[in-house]
Design a protein around this ligand. Structure first.
Ligand code: HEC
Length: 188
């Protein structure tokens, strides 16, 4: 039988845990979040240089590559996920992530600013503590060129998307909606 911690001990530990989460979250954000503007800039430059259809490789290869670099640098599991993925292989959320994404949508609908939405929690995975962190990625103007309403997309782009992503669900977004999130699993 599992031993239960006396309630008083548990309560005494709570503020310390809260502090840990705050400090760990701040550290995690500091290490990981600089990758977000890097990806957005790469996208903006690529669209300006090559046009939208020509910029697909940036989102397909350069964005995952920038994130892979961060993974290497930190040793943490870092990905992009969405409830409506374009690349299901890379972008499908697990149950925790799907719940957080749904919660982000609810929080945004209740007036929270999409660019401020984040979530962190210490969870147990395979018996080990892990800090999970997610940050919402709202759609700005450049994103809509490739994730906007299907009828507004460039014809050449549409053809290329259909070729590479026959199961693409990632269109139909309007400005400021949550396209997905950056997600981090940091072993503690
Ligand atoms: C040039 C077209 C293009 C632009 C512009 C673009 N994307 Fe994407 N996006 C893609 C493609 C292609 C993928 C699939 C990448 C892959 O194969 O992993 C993708 C995937 C994603 C994913 C990963 C989850 C999924 O759906 O597979 C997120 C999150 C995302 N984009 C967010 C954004 C945001 C936010 C912006 C604006 C800052 C943006 N994208 C701009 C083409 C684009």
């Amino acid at each position: 039988m599992k031993k239960l911690l006396p309630l008083s001990l548990l309560l005494a530990a709570l503020p310390a845990l809260a502090q840990d989460i705050a400090a760990l979250t701040a550290e995690t954000k500091k290490a990981v979040l600089p990758v977000v503007p890097k990806v957005v800039n790469a996208m903006q430059e690529a669209v300006a240089d090559k046009g939208v259809a020509g910029a697909i490789p940036v989102c397909k290869e350069q964005a995952p590559e920038l994130i892979a670099q961060k993974r290497k640098e930190t040793g943490w599991d870092i990905r992009r996920v969405s409830l409506k993925s374009r690349n299901a292989e890379r972008g499908t959320p697990d149950l925790w992530e799907a719940r957080v994404l749904a919660d982000f949508n609810i929080r945004a609908a209740h007036g929270e600013k999409p660019e401020t939405l984040e979530k962190s929690e210490i969870v147990t995975l395979d018996g080990k503590p892990v800090l999970r962190y997610m940050k919402a990625l709202p759609t700005g103007d450049v994103c809509l060129k490739c994730h906007g309403p299907a009828e507004s997309l460039d014809a050449g782009l549409k053809a290329k998307l259909a070729e590479s992503y026959p199961h693409d669900q990632a269109t139909g977004y309007t400005k400021g909606q949550i396209r997905g999130a950056l997600t981090v699993k940091r072993p503690l």
